[in-house]
Design a binder for this molecule. Structure first.
Ligand SMILES: Nc1ncnc2c1ncn2[C@@H]1O[C@H](COP(=O)(O)OP(=O)(O)O)[C@@H](O)[C@H]1O
Ligand code: SF4
Ligand SMILES: [Mg+2]
Length: 335
């Protein structure tokens, strides 16, 4: 792994306009309603790493993923790839370079195309290999994701959930992207299948040197897969560190709560999906100061006034530990 960032997210914000239609608003004398999904996100993805992006549902992970692949415009900020800002309208070549794998392998594949037809079309449209090599390349792609040659002539409906996710990964890899954005790719799969798909992501990083942003709502899923972890809360990154470091020494109370919600070995109560106590505040009306203060057991008076930015705390093995907590350096052991 080198340290050069392959992708940089620079102060990216996204608000959704969720107002009623204009006429209805005039009639009811309503204002426009804006929902803040992302609010100044900064993040770096380094070549050859798997970076986890973790946060509970509604924190803005999918919004960021969609902005990264260009299917959603940012309200503010920019995405920089290999040192150049990506323009709002991406051409075919720029679109090719960042690919997405979605959570739901059922709805993300065209049920009317065989795997071979789907892959061949992509290979031709993006001119990845000469026409004479399309067959061979299709075979290479399915074996890369651990499927047999037979898979090429089947339709998505003939596969299990895990196999479909393998096909979705093969489709993303077909155009030889620099970066893969995987948006909760195992969340819809049975626990027994999840581990095999996680192994596949690890082998893709090792064999292809692929750079991956791996999104999850659960820290346990990413612990053994990712080199670094970024924690997102209500549209902001609140902590970033190497995976071992963040588990051993979390420096944001929200990260601590996420770690505490991971079930212990042998616990089959489903506690992995538990989230920190309390409901997140409304994204229509974000709290003043630190946006975690209404739920934070360590909140002090200053936390209601000051909005902490993401600041470096320490560095180990070339990985900087960043936290957006005013008390990051003096967090008590327990509340
Ligand atoms: N198309 C949309 N229109 C309006 N609000 C949206 C839209 N997509 C997402 N949101 C809202 O934006 C916030 C972030 O959502 P999302 O990015 O899907 O979070 P996550 O993937 O972390 O669950 C949530 O409050 C969600 O309700
Ligand atoms: S700044 Fe204050 S409220 Fe926010 S996470 Fe830190 S201690 Fe908690
Ligand atoms: Mg999501």
């Amino acid at each position: 792994m080198t340290d050069a960032p392959v992708l940089e997210v620079d102060d990216v914000a996204k608000t959704y306009d969720v107002s009623a239609p204009l006429l209805q608003r005039l009639f009811r004398q309503q204002q426009r309603t804006l929902l803040t999904a992302l609010d100044g996100v900064d993040l770096e993805l380094r070549r050859g790493e798997i970076l986890a992006l973790v946060g509970e549902s509604g924190s803005g992970k999918s919004t960021l993923a969609n902005i990264l692949v260009g299917s959603l415009p940012a309200t503010r900020g920019q995405v920089v790839q290999d040192g150049s800002a990506i323009p709002a309208r991406r051409d075919k070549e720029l679109s090719r370079r960042i690919q997405m794998v979605f959570q739901d392998p059922y709805s993300s594949l065209n049920p009317r195309l065989t795997v071979r037809a789907m892959l061949s079309e992509l290979l031709r449209v993006h001119d990845i290999v000469p026409r004479s090599e399309v067959r061979k390349e299709c075979l290479r792609l399915v074996s890369l994701v651990g499927l047999d040659e037979d898979a090429l002539d089947a339709y998505p409906g003939q596969f299990s959930g895990g196999q479909r996710q393998r096909i979705a990964i093969a489709r993303a890899l077909a155009v030889r992207p620099d970066v893969l954005i995987a948006d909760e790719p195992v969340s819809a799969l049975d626990v027994s299948v999840q581990a095999t798909i996680l192994e596949l992501f690890a082998s893709l990083r090792d064999e292809l040197g692929l750079t991956i942003l791996f999104i999850a709502h659960n820290l346990a899923v990413v612990q053994h897969l990712c080199q670094r972890v970024a924690v997102m809360y209500l549209g902001r990154i609140v902590e970033v560190a190497g995976t071992d470091e963040i588990f051993a020494n979390p420096r944001h109370p929200y990260t601590r709560a996420l770690i505490a919600s991971i079930p212990r070995m042998g616990d089959t109560s489903g506690a992995a999906d538990l989230v920190p106590e309390g409901e997140p505040p409304s994204p229509y009306d974000l709290p003043t100061g630190c946006r975690y203060h209404p739920r934070c057991p360590f909140a002090e008076a200053q936390c209601r006034e000051l909005d902490p930015s993401l600041r470096p705390l320490s560095e180990s093995a070339g990985r900087v530990h960043l936290s957006a907590c005013l008390r990051a350096s003096d967090l008590p052991e327990s509340p």
